[in-house]
Ligand binder design. Structure first.
Ligand code: AKB
Length: 314
């Protein structure tokens, strides 16, 4: 039986698009999608699917053995805003799921892991502009703490047990196919939907909050590129800084207004403002660009045009 890929958390924002892309590359039957429920029926029906709770070591192990899985993409996580509401659940899911796949690789059941980190590893004491790869990481959110600790464990398993684990620090990801859930950067997706549906958006961040962001196509490309990179090319085994665009709510609003002149916005910052304020405004990703030739394609205006065109069809 040829070796297979397993995606854990395949019904999520990045997991679902990654599943479709990997199936396009490797063939449907070689990519097993899994999630804790079947909430995305189109994805569930698009190829092999297993119900797996990412906190259940035996369920992941059985699936890997039954399908001869050698590569796991662990995409299940509670994000920053939800993590603040359910801190223990975020710790439990984000950490235990990571240990499960790291230990499966350590014992030889699987060979390769992708695990996403985030700009949430940074905190208020981190340099805000062009945040370097190696810098102060004192996150203030539970989600950020799980990602920072997770990075340390990834590097530890690589150094101690030769586990081939690869990771990137995703910025906010924007897609027209799947809604994000529970993140601080979610406004940058909601705004496009509201611009088309009601012509008005109440933004939960202030107009001048600049955050690192990326169009989904670029995020998927980065994920696949780092997994295809030669092991020796990778100088970072915690997680790579990754960047594309940085913008404020006012800048994305203005970019949408070029297409929808009557679009209006109001700013009503809530608890997510403090999270956004603790994160960088822009990221220096030169190490990723050097090590595995990372480059992004979409800027704010090309992304806006694509988002409005695709969402407009729906
Ligand atoms: C969030 O806002 O929590 C996520 C992230 C930046 O990791 N999108």
């Amino acid at each position: 039986m040829s070796s297979k890929i397993l995606i854990i958390g395949a019904c999520g924002q990045i997991g679902s698009e990654l599943t479709y892309k990997l199936r396009e590359i490797h063939g449907k039957k070689n990519v097993i999608a899994s999630d804790i429920n079947t909430r995305k029926l189109d994805l569930v029906n698009s190829g092999p699917f297993e119900i797996i709770d990412a906190k259940n070591f035996n369920a992941i192990k059985d699936c890997c053995k039954n399908h001869n899985v050698d590569t796991v993409y662990l995409m299940a996580a509670l994000l920053s805003a939800t993590g603040e509401k359910y801190p223990m659940e975020a710790w439990d899911l984000n950490m235990n799921s990571l240990f499960h796949v790291l230990n499966l690789a350590k014992e030889g059941t699987i060979k390769k892991i992708f695990w996403p980190s985030s700009i949430a590893v940074f905190g208020p004491t981190t340099p805000k502009q062009q945040t370097p790869q190696h810098t102060i990481c004192e996150p203030t959110t539970v989600y950020g703490i799980t990602k920072q600790v997770g990075e340390r464990w990834c590097e530890y398993y690589y150094n101690k047990y030769d586990v081939d684990v690869r990771s990137i620090r995703y910025p906010g990801i924007i897609s027209h196919k799947t809604m994000p859930g529970g993140g601080t950067t979610d406004y940058a997706v909601e705004i496009y939907h509201e611009a088309l549906q009601s012509g008005h958006y109440d933004c939960f961040l202030s107009e001048s909050t600049s955050l690192p962001m990326m169009f989904m196509d670029d995020a998927i490309k980065a994920t696949i590129d780092i997994m295809e990179a030669k092991p020796d090319a990778l100088s970072i085994r915690s997680a790579y800084n990754l960047a594309a665009i940085s913008f404020t709510p006012k800048e994305i609003y203005e970019s949408i207004k070029k297409h929808i002149p009557d679009f209006t916005i109001e700013y009503q910052p809530d608890f997510r403002q403090a999270i956004a304020d603790s994160w960088p405004s822009s990221i220096d990703d030169s190490v990723a660009r050097k090590d595995w030739d990372w480059k992004h394609d979409f800027d704010l205006n090309t992304m806006t045009a694509e988002m409005l065109r695709e969402l407009g069809k729906k």
